[in-house]
Design a protein around this ligand. Structure first.
Ligand SMILES: [Zn+2]
Length: 202
């Protein structure tokens, strides 16, 4: 019993991973993992348990079969109104500008759903890089609520463009970066809902 929780979590996460073949498989599996992580982090749980794995598998199967839907972006819009105005990457409250989470240049939507606050420093460091790729380069796992927004935008785009059933190997160039979307999540203790201490619960 000397193995640490992270190792066990990782083994369990790997063993339960379904075959990820299509764009939809990848996006829904990431979204189901996100829901699992959100449930654990929100309750302050340090490691995943049977309940969390059940949340994940039910949601994944439900999304795949069409009996369940991803949450509406409107819920995240409401959250935006509640959160203090701060950079979504570092929580700075100075030199803020609206940033497209999925860049316009890559085909990201020019809608409020795709807009987040970013400070000048993060914005210039990120440059033309995709937000998830940029965070991964710094070895940072995205705050769960930021990832949720990203995934919803990616799922909406893919559904609207009939890409959900396209095999990953045949996926065209997309506004978001499929390879940057996490499939394995760290233990709950290593994740947070939002940057800084701006949000106690959501
Ligand atoms: Zn920043």
């Amino acid at each position: 019993m000397s193995r640490d929780a992270g190792t066990i979590d990782e083994v369990a996460a790997k063993s339960n991973t379904p075959a990820i073949v299509t764009v939809g498989d990848q996006l829904y599996w990431a979204y189901a993992n996100l829901a699992m992580a959100h449930a654990a982090v929100e309750k302050g749980t340090s490691r995943y348990g049977a309940l969390h794995y059940m949340i994940r598998s039910r949601l994944y199967n439900g999304l795949k079969s069409g009996s369940m839907q991803i949450g509406r972006l409107a819920q995240d819009e409401r959250l935006k109104m509640i959160l203090p105005q701060a950079c979504c990457y570092c929580a700075s409250t100075t030199c803020l500008a609206a940033d497209h989470l999925i860049p316009r240049k890559r085909g990201g939507a020019d809608t409020g759903d795709n807009l987040v606050w970013a400070c000048r420093s993060c914005n210039s460091s990120k440059g033309a890089c995709d937000a998830l790729e940029w965070l991964a380069k710094q070895n940072r796992f995205p705050p769960l609520l930021l990832l949720r927004r990203y995934l919803k935008l990616a799922i909406e785009f893919s559904s609207a463009n009939d890409l959900m059933n396209v095999p990953l190997t045949e996926a065209p160039e997309l506004p978001f970066v499929l390879t940057a979307i996490p499939i394995l999540f760290p233990p709950p203790a290593d994740m947070r809902l939002w940057v800084g201490s701006l949000l106690e619960s959501a």
